[in-house]
Design a protein around this ligand. Sequence first.
Ligand code: SF4
Length: 407
Amino acid sequence: MSYGGARAFAAAFRFLGVDARVSPGGDEHTYELAGRYTSGDECLPERVTIGNFLKVIESPGFVPERTAFFMPTAGGPCRFGQYAPFLETVLRQVGHEEVMVLSPTSADGYEGLGDLAGPMMKLGWWGLVGSDALRKMLHIYRPYEVEPGMADAAHEAALDLFCGTLADTAIAFDKKVPALAGALEKGRDLFRRIPVDFSKETLLIGVVGEIFCRLSTFSNEDLIRKLETFGAQAWLSDICEWVWYTNAEQEKNLRLFGRAFSLEMLGVKLKKHIQHDHERKLLAPFKEEFVGMEEPHNIREVLERSYPYLPYTGSLGEMVLSIGKAIYCYEQGADGIIDISPFTCMNGIVTEAIYPRVSKEHEGIPMRTFYFDGTQTDLENDLGIFMELAHNYNRKKTRKRKRRLVA
Ligand code: SF4
């Protein structure tokens, strides 16, 4: 979960009467706490989430019997499915087995959330759409800000407005979408008031990869902020992409099992229709801002681009999306692609093996995987080299980028 996404989810829970808070951010102590209970075989996101939950246990005022940790789960070969059971094991080890682990899964329609499941599905979606949009605004404005820190401050204030509206119990559930769209418009205007120089030359870099690591600035050592110091503007793949992908997977599986014409399929189609409609309303204020960085209208646009390299009919997960989105970014005039991956994660390993061919077949656009394992790396140096390649590519590329040049 991204910082903004986690804040929005907590706000959504608060609207439903649950006293929800975002778990603390990562720091050295996160790794120190996680290191006491992990062996080193776990992937980085698992260490970060365990460490941050353990920080909650250490915090003053922690009441175990009144605390639950929200840690969704999923099936499949990815280690993510092990996070929740592992968290329960660690809680037993630290003597806090009474702390509940709330672990909903799409496999059972999020039954684990009980009565909250229905409204939470919608509130969570609105929260993801809004927080994704505000993070994209941050990445659009920050490279051009005249005074450092203004874009971060605007992002924080815009998130406050958005999450405040989401949590506000005075706004009825059926009035939430227009209210949230209004809050996002006000948030957009906070960005518009930042003094910026949009005539500054930047290179557009598509950032794809494993969902947790690419969105957690702590886990990826704030790669995008560092990239911006080399004159880049990042286009980071968002969380909504994952929701569209899981919808497409649900449809694919229903077809595979002969249930193309079933009530379940109707439910998936209806859910998608409502999600699209709400997304359109929430994103309406950002039309001008997102020029040249429009997301694909349909997730199939990403999956089809990936197909010659990693057919979605057989491959699963972020690796498929990363390849497809990288090609999509190339077509929109990006100057390079960065893939963020936790060390030892299959996503990065697979995509890294495929990128040389993708690059060769797309004018030689530079594509590079950056691995993270929580230890110090020479990230600045590597980014500097990558940006040199991006500059060289920029001089010869034929796909021109569409840019807004005025504030
Ligand atoms: S995608 Fe990779 S890093 Fe992420 S949870 Fe799965 S195994 Fe771990």
